[in-house]
Design a protein around this ligand. Sequence first.
Ligand SMILES: O=C[C@H](O)COP(=O)(O)O
Length: 328
Amino acid sequence: MTTLAPAKTQLPQVTHARNPGMALDLDWVASVQANTSAIERRAASLGGRRSVKKDYQAAWLCKAVSLIDLTTLSGDDTWGRVERLCAKARQPVSPWVLEKLGMTGLTVGAVCVYHDMVETAVRALEGTSIPVAAVSTGFPAGLSPFHLRIAEIGESVRAGAKEIDIVISRRHVLTQNWQALYDEMREMREACGDAHVKAILATGELGTLRNVARASLVCMMAGADFIKTSTGKEPVNATLPVSLVMIRAIRDYQDRTGIKVGYKPAGGIAKAKDALLYLSLLKDELGHPWLQPDLFRFGASSLLGDIERQLEHHLTGHYSAANRHAMG
Ligand SMILES: O=C[C@H](O)COP(=O)(O)O
């Protein structure tokens, strides 16, 4: 695996490239393979290696911050919690860290909340360019009546969400009903209007890596702007093997259509070193264009806390008492 070179200190704004999609190509879907043992071997080889030289680490950790969809998706979310999250999204790391690194204007990629919290988040982020992402469509199971899932997307867009994270019907994948998956995704895409759409595959519930690869492809054909691993609520969420499969599906889709689709691993990514591993994997497999918020996000509720601790350690050589306490 190659190491990451120094990260640029000037951070780009989020722009939203769109995937127009294409007609469902069932022959292409049928031809998709996934060699599980080769994928698992490759994923295992990634874990043990340093992905970023020590000197570049702080800048890359800040880069990772700019790629986070800072998330709260809990049944006990309150408006106050969402407002605090948005304050953190505006200023994710201390000003002295940015000053030391010669950076300005670092924010997270987006704030991700349930539909009910969209208006609060939009208000709390006023004056910034940080988009609000809503998990709509009966998140996390996606089993509410279809017309209600479509209506929920419309409500979230009207409330100000610029990004909609939809969940697919896992049963369409498990029964290999690619037409149904395509039609569902297409209709959800249309309901999003100008909002950016991320398709959550819930890969931990799809059975095989081949199913993950095929579902990725069908969602991209139907116009998903991003494909996302998980809701964070499945027993198994983002993993490296699943990421390899989805990233390679994105690469194949781009090779054939010229269209770049984004990738969002989500669920259980809580360590700074894992974030760097994902960035390194992305650079190896897709190249630099994907290391930007319009083509890559981490869906994460607690990653930022660990990145802050690692930045502090990196820049001062020690952890403060507060951070030692937070680490347990
Ligand atoms: O989409 C984001 C995930 O729900 C976040 O999962 P996490 O709480 O394990 O970081």
